[in-house]
Design a binder for this molecule. Structure first.
Ligand SMILES: C[S@@+](CC[C@H](N)C(=O)[O-])C[C@H]1O[C@@H](n2cnc3c(N)ncnc32)[C@H](O)[C@@H]1O
Length: 260
């Protein structure tokens, strides 16, 4: 489909999004792949997936390209980032349901039937949630998954205070391997500043600004142990790390099945 004269080059915005995310997470693609390996090996071909904090759809796009019978429900609370995703992923939009909702709130999935999804996935997003909101989200995801459904969260999940020494070693390895990486926010701020110059997006950007005036940024990262405990409490059975590079990890949680 041809773009209108004032329409942003959505594909270019998605590519530069991916570049800025990789600037602080060079193993991002390997992390995506590890998550999709689990989904691919454990779920049926015609599966329904929930992508939480989907951004412009980077993970959803990789999932739908790899699994041609899959469908994704992609949720984010940012109207601008959703617009970028909708524009950039037109070729896949018949298999994506984009939903604007705050996954930290109480009500975002109210009324959704239980057992609706085979898998729920999330990358670099859940560190925005407070401890209470993350616990609530884990319970909601457990309800929305089918028996034997899987939840995969790829994020920076640090060791807790007891293992501060491990965290220091991880940081030293990261510095020696990758040199001086950008912080998460350097590329992110620049990307948003450049996107802000797109005339067609101005009304949505104004809406975003007023809506998120109260959002000061993400919470301090909750520890790996916090995530594992909260997932078990929410009713998941097989819970653990299935991929990691130092503190950059993928946590898998499988919903218990009555059959096992
Ligand atoms: C760093 S981006 C990652 C996006 C995408 N998952 C990726 O890996 O490229 C974090 C995303 O989480 C979304 N997000 C943060 N808090 C959220 C919330 N409470 N509800 C819905 N989305 C949220 C942000 O709007 C943003 O798009």
């Amino acid at each position: 489909m041809r773009r209108g004269p004032r329409e942003p080059d959505w594909g270019a915005w998605l590519r530069s999004w991916d570049e800025q995310q990789e600037s602080f997470n060079p193993s991002r693609e390997r992390r995506f792949e590890a998550m999709l390996d689990v989904v691919d090996a454990t779920q049926p071909a015609a599966l329904r997936v929930l992508d939480l904090g989907c951004g412009p759809g980077s993970l959803t796009a990789r999932l739908l390209d790899r699994l041609p019978r899959a469908r994704s429900t992609a949720v984010d609370f940012d109207p601008v980032i959703l617009r970028v995703g909708q524009g950039a992923l037109r070729r896949l939009n018949s298999r994506i349901t984009w939903i604007e909702a705050d996954i930290g709130s109480h009500a975002w999935a109210r009324g959704w039937p239980p057992g609706r999804f085979h898998a729920a996935v999330s990358t670099t997003a859940l560190h925005w949630l407070s401890p209470e909101a993350l616990r609530r989200l884990h319970r909601t995801v457990a309800r929305l998954l089918r028996p034997d459904g899987v939840f995969l969260n790829g994020d920076y999940l640090p060791w807790d205070g007891r293992d501060a020494g491990l965290g220091q070693i991880a940081e030293a390895v990261r510095r020696s391997k990758y040199g001086r990486l950008d912080s998460e926010w350097t590329g992110w701020h620049l990307w948003w500043k450049r996107l802000g110059r797109e005339p067609m997006l101005r009304p949505l950007l104004r809406e975003r600004e007023s809506r998120f005036a109260h959002h000061r940024g993400s919470s301090p990262h909750l520890s790996l142990d916090f995530h594992l405990r909260s997932l078990r409490r929410a009713g998941f059975r097989d819970v653990g790390v299935v991929w990691q590079e130092m503190e950059n990890r993928v946590v898998l949680a499988r919903k218990g099945s009555k059959r096992r």
